[in-house]
Design a protein around this ligand. Structure first.
Ligand code: BEZ
Length: 244
């Protein structure tokens, strides 16, 4: 069961959530969407993760992203646990509801179809639970990025914001973003783009890094949505060849 692969359309499931019954396509509408799963309600790492997403919800809204969480627990557990998430992560004055719904996938229909189950972690009846999966869905309802973490490792949602910035930039402009890129940083010109086309598309300039191979594939240009100049990131320091 391959689950959802890059470029696949998210099936338009009708789901029971803490905000009522919704169909996923209608819920996401014309926005970007994030569907993210966690193993179980009332567990510590999940409590920190769902709280972090709640705290970052303004950042997701700024990027036109709608969020929806999922686990195999039922709605009663989701509602009860939401109060714990808020109490652990929020001051009393900050709100009494999570800013996104949680899907109750008790029959594991989405988890199985979308490949979100963790084959290692089981519930008390020996049934697999959901892993820590994140699907980023474009406004066209197609999968743009997925990650799958095991139950033992909580995710960084700052990294999810960072990759969203890259996905949204590269959906608009023919560029790619290097390691650790953040908005305003240099972007890379795709290696298959001819020099004359790159010069026309990026009039501020295309800088290429001299390399021992003599090949000119490391080409940088300023972030096209943040029209400042850019310095190519420094080369990695040389690593010692032995530990002596
Ligand atoms: C947790 O979220 O802390 C957790 C969930 C499932 C298994 C182990 C830990």
């Amino acid at each position: 069961m391959p689950g959802l692969l890059l470029g696949d359309e998210l099936p338009n499931f009708e789901v029971e959530t803490t905000a009522g019954t919704v169909k996923l396509h209608e819920y996401f509408g014309d926005s970007w969407g994030i569907l993210f799963s966690h193993p179980r309600d009332y567990t510590p790492v999940c409590t920190t993760e769902l709280g972090r997403v709640a705290r970052l919800s303004g950042e997701f809204s700024k990027r036109n992203v709608k969020l929806i969480a999922l686990s195999v627990d039922n709605l009663e557990d989701h509602h009860g646990w939401s109060k714990d998430i808020l109490a652990y992560n929020y001051e009393k004055s900050e709100g009494s509801e999570l800013p996104y719904p949680i899907i109750a996938d008790s029959k594991r229909e989405l988890a199985v179809t979308l490949g979100m189950l963790d084959p290692v972690e089981k519930d008390k009846d020996g049934m697999p639970v959901t892993a820590r999966c994140v699907f980023i869905i474009g406004p066209d309802k197609k999968l743009k990025l997925s990650i799958l973490y095991p139950h033992t490792t909580g995710r960084s949602f700052d990294e999810i914001l960072r990759v969203l910035d890259s996905l949204q930039l590269t959906a608009q402009k023919r560029v790619a973003t290097p390691t650790e890129w953040k908005p305003g940083g240099c972007v890379m010109v795709p290696p298959n783009m001819p020099e004359d086309e790159a010069a026309a598309l990026f009039p501020i300039g295309v800088f290429s890094k001299e390399l021992p191979s003599g090949r000119k594939y490391l080409r940088y240009t300023p972030d096209p949505l943040d029209r400042k100049g850019c310095e190519p990131p420094p080369a990695e320091p040389e690593l010692p060849t032995s530990l002596s």
